[in-house]
Design a protein around this ligand. Structure first.
Ligand SMILES: Cc1cc2nc3c(=O)[nH]c(=O)nc-3n(C[C@H](O)[C@H](O)[C@H](O)COP(=O)(O)OP(=O)(O)OC[C@H]3O[C@@H](n4cnc5c(N)ncnc54)[C@H](O)[C@@H]3O)c2cc1C
Length: 323
């Protein structure tokens, strides 16, 4: 690893001041489970001059519920979310997603903010410099995405334009289905953003002087059914090939409201708006589940080796609808 300055930030203001001071040449460190691997493998063209440690800001590690919903500090470890009786009772969808992340050791260290901001796992993007040199793909300022003519079996089947890497975050998929929002702090103050608007084709919308401080989940209807399904090749410690999260309100078997989100199929999590619209007012039968699954994947354009993800995604959509 190259040398860098390490600073323990003691407040959000101090962390923002440091981001401003280093003008894009500093990285925030939360649990470090993603960042340290990225730095050790030297996958990025620019190495940071400074690492700003966020774990020294105690108020960012919190779970507070009120009548509106729950607020989760960005530095809250995934294990605290999984172990929280509040989350288990009212927001089980988030728990179901968090418990599928990596291994117990990683979930002890990894934070919810870091899980949302983690870098993609595309194997071209992550190619270590020591093995013959860094691959300068489109995401790193290169001209092309090597996946188009290369090994693309785990890559995007929809929504990609220049980069086919998928968003690896499992908690993002659950948080979008739950209608969560983020508080983002920066040098111009704080603002709120729905999680579904946070992701962009090459990562997220944070500017170099911004960070996530809080995640807010509105209280779902107590009778809403919440489901998270994740398909992986291996059972333990594996990223999603496809995941689906749903928040479904039913009245006597008829869908009154639904939020349906797909993960690992595109550079960002994908809200299946057409399927949601179709399902509202319908009885949930085999037929409606089939139609909703087709609508959810209507825009898909698989690459040469990943059409199989389309079938997995349709199957997961059908399963979350049929319960
Ligand atoms: C073996 C392995 C298996 C894994 N499997 C899965 C999986 O199945 N599903 C899954 O979702 N993830 C998986 N992960 C990824 C893991 O979940 C992430 O590494 C972890 O969630 C990142 O959290 P962290 O707190 O350690 O972030 P860090 O490593 O500290 O940071 C990650 C990135 O987020 C930025 N960041 C951190 N906090 C903030 C903040 N508050 N505001 C703005 N930027 C911030 C950092 O600057 C950095 O760029 C796996 C990782 C490993 C190593």
């Amino acid at each position: 690893m190259k040398g860098f300055t390490h600073v323990n930030a003691t407040s959000v203001d101090e962390a923002i001041q440091l981001l401003v001071k280093y003008k894009g040449r500093a990285k925030l460190n939360a649990g470090g489970t993603d960042l340290l691997g990225v730095l050790k493998d030297r996958i990025l063209p620019d190495y940071p001059e400074a690492i700003i440690n966020l774990k020294t800001i105690p108020e960012l590690n919190s779970l507070v519920e009120d009548e509106e919903g729950i607020s989760i500090g960005a530095l809250t470890p995934l294990i605290d979310i999984i172990d929280s009786p509040l989350i288990e009772k009212t927001y089980p969808l988030l728990r179901e997603a968090a418990i599928t992340v990596a291994s117990p050791q990683i979930r002890n260290m990894a934070t919810i903010g870091g899980n949302l901001c983690q870098d993609t796992r595309c194997w071209y993007y992550r190619y270590p410099e020591e093995l013959g040199g860094m691959i300068k793909c489109f995401r790193k300022g290169g001209k092309t995405c090597p996946t188009v003519v290369g090994e693309n079996r785990y890559h995007a089947i929809m929504g990609a334009k220049k980069c086919y890497a998928v968003c690896p975050s499992d908690t993002a998929v659950a948080l979008i289905a739950l209608g969560a929002t983020l508080t983002i702090a920066g040098s111009k103050g704080t603002h709120t953003l729905p999680v579904e608007e946070f992701f962009s084709s090459l990562g997220n919308v944070l500017t170099p002087d911004e960070m996530i401080t809080m995640i807010h989940i509105p209280k779902p209807s107590p009778i809403a059914s919440q489901t998270f399904l994740k398909f992986t090749l291996r059972k333990p410690i594996d990223f999603a090939l496809v995941s689906v999260a749903s928040l479904l309100n039913l009245d006597k078997g008829v869908c009154t409201d639904v939020r349906l989100v797909l993960g690992a199929v595109a550079p960002t999590p994908v809200r299946a708006f057409k399927a949601e619209e179709f399902l509202k007012g319908k009885e949930l039968t085999e037929e409606t589940a089939n139609e909703a699954a087709s609508l959810a994947l209507a825009g898909a354009k698989p690459l040469s080796k990943n059409a199989y993800k389309l079938e997995i995604a349709k199957t997961l959509v059908k399963r979350v609808i049929k319960g």
